[in-house]
Write a protein that binds this ligand. Structure first.
Ligand SMILES: NC(=O)c1ccc[n+]([C@@H]2O[C@H](COP(=O)([O-])OP(=O)(O)OC[C@H]3O[C@@H](n4cnc5c(N)ncnc54)[C@H](OP(=O)(O)O)[C@@H]3O)[C@@H](O)[C@H]2O)c1
Length: 361
C-alpha cells in the first residue's frame, strides 16, 4: 500500500489549472474505513460541481484548502483497511468519491446493502451524497456493468426524478418538453423516459456537431439546433428543461414561447455560464431542479425504498439501451485524468464517449 493519498486538485479561481497533491495516509480512527478509489465516471456534471463548488458546497465534501478544491465523482472503491466492526476489508462500495487514490469514511446507518458517511463535516450536506451502496453481495451490481453504472446512475436518477416530477404535475398543461444539451447523458435519459409516455412530445436542442448523434437516439421526436429555435411551434404549450444553462438559449426559448411556456426547469450548466438569467424573462420564472430535494419529497410520499424499487426498474430497462449509445473510454493515471478534465472542460468530449477514470496507473 502506498503511504500517501494522491488527490487531483483544481484551482477554484481557474478551473483549467490542476495539480496532484500528495498527503500522508492518516492513521485510521475507531469507526473509520480506508477506501482505495478504484474507478470513477467523469462527465460535464463533474465540471458543473466545480463551477458551483462554493455556491452549492461541492468543495465541502473533500476539502483541500481555501484556493484549491477536490471535485467529487461517482464511482467504485474497495475497502482496504477497516476499524469498523461491521465493514470488512475487501468490500466494494459505490458512491460519491474524491478524485483521489483514497478516501476515509465513517460508516453509520449500515444496512445489508448501504451505509451513510457520518464524517462530521459532511453531516450538514445533502444526505443523498452521503449515501453509499455496498455492492458486494448486491446482485444489481454486476461487475461487467460497473462502468456504465458509474457513468449513468448519478445522471439517470436526475432524469428519472424530472420525468416523475413533470408527469406528477401533468406537464403543467404542456404538449411538448423542450430539452437543451439534448446530447448530454442526463438529457437523453430524460428524453428516453418521456418518449415512453403518451400525450407528450420531446424536442431536443443541441449544437450542430451533436445533431446526428441526438437524431440517431430515436427518443427525441424532433431535433433542433440552438440557432433554429424560431422554427419551433410557439403556439404549442411547452415545458423547457434546461441542461445547457446558456443565457442566450434560455432567453430565446422564453421570448419565443412567451405565455405558451408553462414551466421552465433549470437543471444544468453544461455551457458553463454560471449565472444564466432568471429574472426579467417573458413567461414563467426558471426554477432550479435540485435532485436531493425531490428525493426527500418522494421518500415521504412513497416510503423507505419506494424510490429505490421504481428507480431499479427504470435503470434496469435503460442501461441495456444506453449501452448501445455509448463507448466507454478508460483512462488511468494522472495524465489520463488531466486529459479527460481538460477535454470535458473545453466541451471536446463526443456525446457517445463515456470516460471512466482512475488515478491508479
Ligand atoms: N441538477 C442536477 O441534479 C443535475 C443532475 C445531473 C446532471 N445535471 C447537469 O446536467 C448537465 C449535463 O450533464 P451530463 O453529465 O449529462 O453531461 P455530458 O453527458 O457530459 O454532456 C455533454 C454535453 O453538454 C454540452 N457541453 C458540454 N461541455 C460543453 C462546453 N464546454 N461548451 C458547450 N457545450 C458543452 C454538449 O451538448 P450540446 O451540444 O447538446 O449542448 C455535450 O455533448 C450538467 O450541467 C450537469 O451538472 C444536473
Amino acid at each position: 500500500m502506498t503511504a500517501s493519498i494522491a488527490s487531483f486538485v483544481i484551482d477554484k479561481a481557474d478551473l483549467s489549472r490542476t495539480a496532484i497533491v500528495d498527503t500522508p495516509l492518516p492513521a485510521l480512527q475507531p469507526g473509520e474505513i480506508l477506501l482505495k478509489v478504484d474507478s470513477f465516471a467523469f462527465t460535464a456534471n463533474n465540471i458543473t460541481y466545480a463551477e458551483m463548488g462554493d455556491r452549492m458546497a461541492y468543495w465541502a465534501f473533500y476539502p483541500a484548502g481555501d484556493n484549491r478544491g477536490i471535485v467529487p465523482v461517482w464511482g467504485f472503491a474497495d475497502v482496504i483497511d477497516s476499524r469498523h466492526d461491521r465493514i470488512a476489508r475487501g468490500e466494494r462500495i459505490y458512491g460519491f468519491l474524491p478524485m483521489a487514490t483514497h478516501a476515509v469514511l465513517q460508516p453509520e446507518k449500515i444496512t445489508d446493502t448501504s451505509l451513510v458517511d457520518g464524517t462530521p463535516h459532511r453531516k450538514a450536506l445533502p444526505p443523498a451524497y452521503n449515501f453509499y451502496v455496498r455492492t458486494t453481495g448486491d446482485t444489481a451490481f454486476l461487475p461487467e456493468h460497473e462502468p456504465l453504472q458509474a457513468l449513468l446512475r448519478p445522471l439517470f436518477i436526475t432524469a428519472f426524478l424530472i420525468d416523475d416530477f413533470l408527469a406528477d404535475e401533468k406537464f403543467f398543461g404542456a404538449q411538448t418538453v423542450v430539452i437543451s444539451s439534448a446530447s448530454s447523458k442526463t438529457a437523453f435519459g430524460l428524453a428516453w423516459l418521456l418518449h415512453k409516455r403518451r400525450g407528450i412530445t420531446v424536442t431536443g436542442l443541441t449544437s450542430a456537431g451533436n445533431r446526428d448523434f441526438v437524431a440517431g437516439l430515436g427518443c427525441y421526436d424532433r431535433v433542433v439546433l440552438y440557432d433554429d429555435i424560431a422554427s419551433l411551434d410557439a403556439a404549442q404549450p411547452a415545458v423547457y428543461v434546461d441542461f445547457a444553462g446558456s443565457g442566450a438559449v434560455r432567453k430565446a426559448i422564453h421570448e419565443h414561447y412567451g405565455d405558451a411556456l408553462k414551466y421552465s426547469c433549470a437543471v444544468g450548466l453544461s455551457h458553463r455560464e454560471t449565472s444564466p438569467p432568471g429574472k426579467g424573462l417573458p413567461g414563467p420564472k426558471p426554477v432550479f431542479f435540485f435532485a436531493p430535494d425531490r428525493i426527500r419529497k418522494r421518500t415521504q410520499d412513497w416510503g423507505r425504498g419506494g424510490i429505490d424499487t421504481r428507480f431499479a426498474d427504470a435503470i434496469g430497462d435503460f442501461l441495456p439501451k444506453a449501452a448501445g449509445w455509448l463507448r466507454i473510454i478508460e483512462g488511468s493515471g494522472e495524465s489520463s485524468v488531466a486529459a479527460a478534465w481538460q477535454a470535458t472542460l473545453a466541451g471536446e468530449v463526443k456525446p457517445d464517449e463515456g470516460h471512466i477514470l482512475s488515478l491508479w496507473e
